[in-house]
Design a protein around this ligand. Sequence first.
Ligand SMILES: Nc1ncnc2c1ncn2[C@@H]1O[C@H](COP(=O)(O)OP(=O)(O)OP(=O)(O)O)[C@@H](O)[C@H]1O
Ligand code: SF4
Ligand SMILES: [Mg+2]
Length: 346
Amino acid sequence: MAEPLLQVERLVKTFPVAGRRGARLHAVDDVSLTIAPGESLGLVGESGCGKSTLVRLLARLLDPSEGRIVFDGQDLAGIPATAFAGRPERARIQMVFQDPTDSLNPRFTARDTIAEPLKLLARLQDAAVEARVQEVAHQVGLPAELLSRFPHQLSGGQKARVGIARALAVQPRLLILDEPTAALDVSVQAVVLQLLDRLRRELDLAVLFVSHDLNVVRLLTDRVAVMYLGKLVEVGPSESVFRAPRHPYTQALVSAIPGQGPRIKLSGEVTSPIDPPAHACRFHGRCPRGEDRCAREAPLLVPRGAAHAAACHFALQDPGWPILAPDDPRGTATADPVAGRASFGA
Ligand SMILES: Nc1ncnc2c1ncn2[C@@H]1O[C@H](COP(=O)(O)OP(=O)(O)OP(=O)(O)O)[C@@H](O)[C@H]1O
Ligand code: SF4
Ligand SMILES: [Mg+2]
């Protein structure tokens, strides 16, 4: 495996709980992962499991409680998020947000929006800024005549292209996409996803892609990480995780993809993220496979390079469900990432 571009080690983010002195909500708990240059990593898991908190930590919009975020050999975790905004490293890690309407300044034209990071981070002069704005607008398929429009004069798809152009303008090496198409009409989603996929290949970008759409993740990513209640519970090559999920939670997620066989319905109590028991599996109580040991001993995720790993005491004994033959059509994601999508927990 190539030297990682991003290496995250034992990252933790807890929040205080209003009205409960000393209590902490564990949004991200002891997460370690890597992303190689040019690699696309999907991040999936049900609503509230900590995906956005994790990616906001990695984009250095939030300060971690503990852990290391080593990007290109430099630990960024100690730089306060407020200071990071103006640092040159900011250009290397860029983020595209879920809702282009919320994330665009209503008083900025598309040109102003795309130019802002070029002035702030790349410190380019006016003529060079304009040349780069034109170039990146062309790259994302935004017609030059739309550059003088304000967000309310643009369609959802056009606003999404402005957000992508702004992120790409400063030539990042890692692009973080937090549900980048969730706010768009279904017909526009496929177009924007195809654009993102083309750009990442052309520009050799590493991508961290958060989505509720499992088929989209399967189609667009090299590896996938599955999160449950602040913990990473499974990580591995996307084809392997989707074809033979090892963690009982991932097995339930994958079973929700249409045509994947019988759907595993989860029941039981979801563990509270507020000071959860340190010595129990977070999935215990909801896990169809759980045993007494799971209430006493928390399983560890020990990822080794690009290998497939799961945090379950029984992951290696029970190699996974549903295991499909390589030529079984049920194991093939649909060619249309939107028409065939499966979503969960939204
Ligand atoms: N600023 C904050 N203060 C307190 N709790 C927070 C804060 N931000 C997030 N949380 C909590 O952290 C947990 C993880 O939230 P997060 O938004 O990261 O989940 P998510 O996986 O992105 O969910 P979704 O799929 O709905 O976007 C949740 O319990 C949430 O309520
Ligand atoms: S460790 Fe136990 S409770 Fe946790 S996922 Fe595995 S079987 Fe289920
Ligand atoms: Mg989120």
